[in-house]
Design a protein around this ligand. Structure first.
Ligand SMILES: [Zn+2]
Length: 88
């Protein structure tokens, strides 16, 4: 069974996040902007560091970066909400 990532706040999430494949800690990373995460039912399912991302993961990350406003990201009831960018 995959690790269940429980979160109450974004700060706690960042403090406990690890790469799914190599177990590297996100908190200690110097390349944190390149990490990706996967969502399942609005909850974070897993993180991947840049070293462990496939080309498909990177493509998905680029799409998300262009669509989603990560600065407005927040956690509500254990679920992550990321609004779409408002370019207007
Ligand atoms: Zn990794």
């Amino acid at each position: 069974m995959a690790d269940e990532i429980r979160m109450t706040t974004l700060a706690e999430l960042v403090a406990t996040a690890r790469c799914r494949d190599c177990r590297r800690k996100f908190r200690d990373a110097t390349d944190e902007n390149d990490w990706s995460f996967h969502l399942r039912d609005g909850a974070i399912d897993s993180f991947l560091c840049p070293d462990c991302q496939s080309p498909e993961d990177r493509a998905e990350l680029d799409v998300h970066d262009s669509l989603l406003d990560y600065k407005q990201m927040k956690v509500t009831d254990g679920r992550l909400g990321i609004p779409l960018k408002d370019d207007n």
